[in-house]
Design a protein around this ligand. Structure first.
Ligand code: FE2
Length: 361
């Protein structure tokens, strides 16, 4: 096992039903500087009851994050410009991200742009963020992406045909509020597709070349939890399983930096067809049985057991340009592809082979 990177994790979390009621205390602890609290909330909550319990005070800023599409660099730029104008040069006392992975990631990206000049795309990559972001509190309302604990915030960049985050220790949340009662109203297919993201991060990491003994152990544990949740006796969305999924997402999210084959294909689908991340991952794994036979078999069982459908034919009749874009949008992700297949990945995944895989989805 090679030397690990000097690794930062989220320093504080609170877990369990009722944790959300503590959010106001955590924000108040940061209010000494006088700056406003900035809330980035999934637009899903705009007219929901949970919003009434949001501990926003006079002068705080609440922005709703549109999660109908994968977050794009231009969207993050526009959002952070608007927030900067409202803050009038005064840094916020903290930034709260409340929502699914997309919202949690947008909050991280906006926070980085509040303390670093320029545009979001300038920070897509590794160790490019120079100044620490304001204090950040993450409140996941959907489990599986690992966005609550990862050191990245994935953004699409159509111009550069890629999906890439601001990989930095400054991107990591400072406090998490993990309250499973916030996931009770998640639609079942969304719960499944997003939960599967954890399962995929973990086996992609375990099957890859870039390994880390701690991440391996966390991945094994999170995969076990996913098998229990999606193949066990209890309903996948029982109270206990919603809490288990929150924990699995948190543990498995630490493997999210070492993805393999699923995520590049999934990124191609999100770039070209604007498919949401979790669903795109599931389509990607559906054609990766040759590469991940055991995991593919278990995934097929999980789909059946939870009566989740993945209708075929999403890439059946695309234009040649779209197949080119799918190929480009996949192959551009060199780090995960070489993690999975080694330096020869471009030959192993030629245009023809990839196109026939997309056509089989
Ligand atoms: Fe993912």
């Amino acid at each position: 096992m090679s030397l690990t990177r000097n690794t930062k994790n989220v320093p504080y979390y609170i877990l369990g039903a009722g944790a959300f009621a503590r959010l106001g205390d955590f924000i108040d602890e940061r209010r000494h500087g006088g700056g406003a609290a900035l809330f980035c909330v999934d637009h899903y909550f705009q007219d929901k009851e949970a919003l009434r319990d949001l501990p926003a005070k006079d002068g705080d800023i609440v922005v709703f994050v549109d999660t109908s599409k994968e977050p794009a660099v231009e969207y993050v730029d526009a959002l952070s410009d608007g927030v900067k104008a409202r803050l009038q040069g005064r840094p916020p006392c903290c930034v709260v991200g409340m929502g699914g992975g997309a919202t949690l990631d947008v909050a991280k990206a906006v926070a980085n742009l509040l303390s670093n000049p320029g545009k979001a795309e300038e920070y897509q990559g590794w160790e490019l963020v120079k100044n620490p972001a304001p204090y950040k509190i993450g409140v996941p309302t959907l489990s599986g992406t690992g966005a609550e604990c990862s050191r990245t915030c994935v953004l699409t960049n159509e111009k550069r045909k890629l999906k890439l985050g601001m990989n930095s220790d400054y991107t990591v949340y400072d406090q998490l509020v993990l309250d499973p009662s916030l996931t009770v109203s998640v639609p079942r297919d969304q719960f499944f597709f997003t939960g599967m993201d954890t399962y995929m991060h973990c086996f992609e990491s375990l099957r890859g070349a870039y390994r880390n003994v701690i991440v391996d152990r966390l991945s094994l544990c999170a995969m076990d939890m996913c098998r229990d949740i999606f193949l066990g006796q209890e309903d996948m969305m029982s109270e206990a399983n919603r809490e288990n999924m929150m924990v699995a997402s948190y543990l498995g999210g630490m493997a999210a930096g070492n993805t393999g084959l699923v995520h590049p294909l999934s990124a191609g689908l999100s770039i070209v067809l604007h498919l949401p991340h979790g669903r795109a991952n599931c389509y990607a794994l559906s054609v990766l049985g040759d590469f991940y036979p055991e995991e593919h078999a278990a995934f097929t069982q999980m789909l059946a057991k939870n009566r989740i459908s993945l209708p075929k034919g999403i890439c059946a009749n695309l234009s040649e340009e779209q197949y080119d874009a799918l190929h480009q949008g996949t192959i551009v992700h060199e780090k995960p592809l070489s993690n999975a297949l080694g330096p020869d990945f471009k030959n192993i995944l030629g245009k023809e082979r990839l196109t026939s895989m997309f056509k089989a989805m």
